[in-house]
Design a protein around this ligand. Structure first.
Ligand SMILES: [Zn+2]
Length: 429
């Protein structure tokens, strides 16, 4: 049978959300014995992590209880927690006690409509013993009766367990289709295209036969799937050329690097629009559709719907923002002493943007439109080197700085494991 997409649970878990700390590396705790050998190499395990059973490792009370007679209520729309408890027959003095008991860690009046509240009464006397509020799947508040008509409140938190899961696929018609087949959620597909946005133009360069893989966090709660987290490593094989990325934390900031430790973010994004179509390239001479004369086209036109976000292709400072004759609404950004970029025909600018604003690579600076001389909504994008027009599609962009030397060893340890997981073992064609 032909198999294009597979998902392998690698059988190990992170020690918890908190473990992804600023250190850039963390301790694994093994959930299963069949963890892949390559992963186990060189991994440091602290003694407390040898505990194999999740249940044993978590002595905290469960969110549900069968020892009581339970009535479930919830805050109605346009109502308050106070009114809700009052309607349930609770004395206002008691409600105030509850609010006060929780005040140090949670403001009860901010409980949203629809949140489940369990009123737990003793089975024999029907006297209320506990109130349990399930604020979210990860947070509960337990209010318990104490002697002498007093109440004690505490918060019960659940931490999802985290597995690293490898997923892979092969492009038949589109990246979306292949990713959906593999079960990769749409947010992760965006992340994957972001990771390689300086290397690969996902709109124009990819085609059938390409393949990809990711190592991604899969979080579970009480043994059930909870959500997807960060991509820790990714590979995209474009026409037989491997592009690989490994996530690493440097100075508290997460970023992707090549397995050798070079920054993956180019100094410039490959395109100021995420999904678009090039309708006109850089040309020294071109017949202008409106002016009906031959004149050079000193930029690249990207067709996209009006309102499509436009991203600054690199960090920089806004040199000008405003109307510019045929260019309509235009922005020009200076990135350093050598490079500038310009964006034209925009429908509008991002709010708050003004001359001398600092912008970051990828920041939305405005939206596609057809202001000025334009026959259809598109972005006209210009690139300057030392004040001279350049073809943005023809430049080999410089890369950002690489990993600091003192971090290289720790990075290589992670990189080696991740790269092993990114190979293409399970794809048959
Ligand atoms: Zn143009």
């Amino acid at each position: 049978m032909k198999r294009n997409s597979t998902q392998r649970n690698l059988g190990f878990a992170l020690a918890g959300l908190v473990a992804i700390s600023l250190s850039g590396w963390y301790t694994w705790s093994y959930m299963k014995k069949q963890a892949i050998d390559l992963v186990q190499e060189d991994v440091q395990i602290t003694e407390s992590d040898y505990e194999p059973e999740v249940e044993d490792a978590d002595p905290r009370p469960q969110f549900t209880s069968s020892a009581f007679h339970i009535t479930t209520i919830s805050v109605q729309k346009n109502s308050s927690i106070y009114t809700t408890f009052q309607k349930a027959g609770i004395d206002s003095a008691v409600i105030h006690d509850w609010i006060a008991a929780c005040a140090s860690f949670y403001n009860l009046s901010s409980i949203a409509a629809g949140v489940k509240i369990e009123m737990r009464a003793a089975k024999d006397t029907e006297e209320l013993q506990e109130v349990f509020i399930e604020v979210s799947p990860l947070l509960g508040i337990l209010i318990q009766r104490q002697p002498h008509q007093t109440w004690y409140a505490e918060k019960l938190e659940k931490t999802p367990t985290m597995d690293l899961v490898a997923m892979e696929g092969k492009i038949e018609s589109s990246l979306w289709e292949s990713a959906a087949k593999a079960g990769l959620h749409s947010q992760a597909i965006y992340e994957l295209t972001d990771i390689f946005s300086s290397q690969i133009d996902f709109e124009r360069e990819i085609h059938g036969g390409d393949s990809w893989s990711v190592v991604i966090e899969k979080r579970s709660l009480d043994g059930k799937f909870y959500d997807w987290g960060k991509i820790h490593a990714a590979r995209y094989t474009l026409s037989d050329v491997d592009h690989k990325a490994v996530l690493f934390t440097v100075n508290g900031k997460q970023a992707y690097f090549t397995p050798e430790g070079e920054s993956l973010s180019g100094m410039f994004l490959k395109s100021p629009l995420k999904f678009s179509r090039i309708t006109s390239t850089f040309q020294v001479k071109r017949f202008h559709p409106i002016l009906k004369i031959n004149r050079p086209h000193h930029g690249v036109d990207y067709a996209a719907a009006t309102g499509t976000p436009i991203h600054a292709v690199a960090d920089g400072r806004v040199e000008s923002v405003g109307w510019q004759n045929g260019g309509g609404n235009s922005i020009r950004i200076r990135h350093n002493s050598t490079y500038e970029t310009a964006y034209r025909h925009m429908s509008r600018f991002s709010s708050g943007l003004h001359k001398n604003s600092r912008v970051q690579q990828g920041e939305v600076i405005g939206y596609v439109g057809m202001t000025g001389l334009a026959t259809a909504p598109h972005l006209h994008f210009e690139f300057y080197e030392n004040g001279k027009y350049m073809d943005p599609l023809g430049i080999k962009f410089p890369r950002k700085e690489s990993l600091p030397k003192d971090q290289l060893l720790a990075f290589k340890q992670k990189s080696k494991k991740m790269v092993a997981l990114l190979q293409k073992p399970d794809i048959q064609s």
